[in-house]
Design a protein around this ligand. Structure first.
Ligand code: PEP
Ligand code: MG
Length: 325
């Protein structure tokens, strides 16, 4: 099977009638950029930069951030690189002190909230990302945005970081694209406002599923309830895509759902044209794209949206996938 898949690597990711899908990679370490290229991916759709913090016990300097970001950017040779800013806390613990009395870490001081609490660290990281932007097509993405004011605060820190560099006479891309993750249900509901504020969106299903279904993504006891196939998740994903489309803003997906071949036809049918996947899943997803048609994907999405349980959705999608391959 791997041999057959590897012949797919250099073929375009498109449906049988030539409807193009962009496949990008999710990475955690700079060295994985090479893996993306090896799997024929067209860029990095999610660089989880917080891993720079997770492999050490002291705080990385601006230079260390910059070295990592420059390495990825140069390795990708002009292909897009979406750098997600610090997403620490909850399941990703680091040396940054966390409140001890947090009863619900996933609902607490994590991700963009933690970054906005430690503005100096955040601003340092943003300067490093901006500095890397002269080496390729770098984009900035903020995680876990749950309201418009929070996004504006993050953008203000970005403006400060730009000013710092200007004062130091350091070059960066002034037109750098700024996006946000859609991974909190409140962000989906408010999409018509967010479209005015950012250049692009990426749906993060790992968190969106957890917050939509009130199921801790790391708790084994409730793992059976945690699924992207829940009809409410499908509807939330559709709402986000429709709102972005209505405003002509690019939207992609970067959670586990986008790398699971089971959902590929559904996601294309819902209107996604960019999927960011773990490099290991790239060829499987591409194989599904190349075996189907856009019209069929649309009918799969339509049918899936009519179902009322995750079990029914999974059964249906499995049947469709089996018929295809
Ligand atoms: C997500 O939540 O879907 C996501 C891509 O981010 P992470 O898994 O790093 O929280
Ligand atoms: Mg997330």
């Amino acid at each position: 099977l791997m041999a057959r898949l590897s012949t797919l690597k250099d073929l375009p990711c498109e449906t049988r009638e030539g409807y193009r899908i962009s496949l990008l990679g999710n990475i955690e370490f700079p060295s994985e950029a090479a893996l993306c290229l090896d799997r024929g991916l067209e860029g990095v759709g999610l660089y989880r930069t917080e891993f720079l913090y997770l492999t050490r016990t002291d705080i990385p300097t601006e230079e260390e951030h910059y070295e990592a970001y420059r390495e990825v950017t140069i390795a990708m040779g002009g292909r897009p690189v979406v750098m997600r800013t610090l997403d620490l806390g909850a399941d990703k613990l680091s040396m940054i002190p966390q409140p001890e009395d947090e009863n619900n870490p996933f609902l607490g001081l994590r991700s963009i909230r933690l970054a906005l609490k430690h503005v100096d660290l955040f601003r340092t990281q943003l300067r490093a990302i901006l500095r890397a932007s002269v080496h390729g097509d770098v984009r900035i993405m903020f995680p876990l945005i749950s309201n418009v004011l929070e996004l504006r605060r993050a953008r203000m820190v970005l403006a400060d970081a730009m000013e710092d560099l200007e004062e130091r006479g350091i070059a960066f891309d002034r037109e750098i694209k700024v996006g946000m993750m859609v991974e909190v249900p409140s962000a989906v509901v408010m999409m018509d406002r967010f479209v005015e504020e950012v250049d692009f969106f990426s749906i993060g299903t790992n968190d969106l599923v957890q917050y939509a279904l009130a199921v801790d993504r790391s708790n084994k006891d409730v793992a059976a309830l945690y699924t992207s196939a829940d009809p409410s998740v499908l509807r939330l994903v559709k709402m986000a895509i429709d709102a972005a489309d209505a405003a002509d803003k690019p939207i992609s997906m970067c959670g586990q759902m986008s790398g699971a071949p089971l959902y590929t036809m559904l996601l294309i049918g819902l209107g996604l044209r960019t999927l960011s996947v773990t490099p290991a899943a790239a060829l499987e997803v591409k194989r599904v794209c190349r075996s189907t048609t856009f019209e069929h994907c649309q009918s799969v999405a339509q049918r899936a949206l009519e179902l009322e349980s995750a079990r029914d959705v999974k059964t249906y999608l499995r049947e469709e996938l089996q018929r295809l391959l």
